[in-house]
Design a binder for this molecule. Structure first.
Ligand code: 6PG
Length: 255
């Protein structure tokens, strides 16, 4: 696994670099494999990068006709709910970019329970990745991740049972300690750590301690779930704005 860390001046530079990373990742995947399998992060940080991706001129944009979009995690709320990660992505990226129907796979949050939705989403992954009866997890070309101030990523919260899951790709999980206080559906470590590339997008002073602990500390995944993101044959990149990087040792990361 390779690790790169780029400290950006501010959230604007972070968004520009994130959009550029996705465009280059898409070009490589489509050239080499004919399609691009991307899992989007939720929360608020990625929104600016999604908006930039949606506004790129055609010749510079992601080839959405060969791109398939999934969600690293989702709040178990209706798709129109303002807390929905799908709703955030639909407004900031899917609609303005003209992502074709059938190329974005939201978690089915109108099902009767988060557990049922998780099972259905795993079935969707199996179908789209062509792994109906396989155990080895799907390999995303890129998974975008955020970081919570408590060290969670996706919806893998500290000390949660979901952290120990090895035989399922998608699980339901109770709310974490941070809002919104709703059940979640999340990809599990087997899928996250099978990715070719992981890109963390982290902005804001409230994340500074978690950033330092993940990048420079030595904590168990129970204490710091993001620290266990380590794709065996993949690359992990971090784009961090100056305020989230302020507790990192000076001179240790690309600024
Ligand atoms: C979610 C996320 C979560 C998020 C972090 C950071 O559903 O909220 O996927 O893991 O990425 O909590 O969120 P912000 O970008 O809003 O700080």
């Amino acid at each position: 696994m390779s690790l790169t860390v780029k400290v950006c001046r501010d959230s604007e530079e972070l968004a520009v670099r994130a959009a550029d990373f996705v465009v280059r990742s898409a070009l490589d995947a489509i050239r080499e494999r004919g399609r691009y399998m991307l899992a989007l992060a939720g929360g608020s940080t990625p929104k600016a990068a999604y908006r930039l991706l949606a506004r790129l001129p055609f010749e510079e944009a992601v080839d959405w006709a060969h791109t398939y979009l999934f969600f690293g995690d989702e709040r178990f709320v209706p798709p129109e709910d303002p807390r929905s990660n799908f709703a955030m992505a639909r407004h900031s990226l899917l609609e303005p970019a003209g992502v074709p129907p059938g190329h974005a796979f939201p978690v089915p949050t109108l099902m009767e329970s988060a557990a049922t939705a998780a099972k259905a989403y795993e079935a969707t992954l199996r179908e789209v990745f062509g792994k109906e009866d396989r155990q080895d997890p799907p390999q995303f070309d890129l998974i975008l991740l955020g970081l919570g101030a408590d060290g969670h990523t996706a919806s893998l919260f500290p000390a949660a049972p979901a952290l120990s899951v090895t035989d399922r790709w998608v699980v339901a999980t109770p709310p974490g300690s941070l809002p919104p206080d709703v059940e979640r559906v999340t990809l599990t470590y087997p899928v996250l750590n099978a990715a070719r590339d992981i890109l963390f997008l982290v902005s804001g002073p409230d994340k500074a301690e978690a950033v330092r602990d993940v990048l420079e500390g030595h904590f168990s995944r129970d204490r710091l779930p993001a620290a266990a993101i380590a794709p065996a044959s993949g690359n992990v990149a971090w784009l961090i704005d100056g305020s989230a990087a302020k507790m990192l040792r000076a001179g240790t990361h690309d600024r």
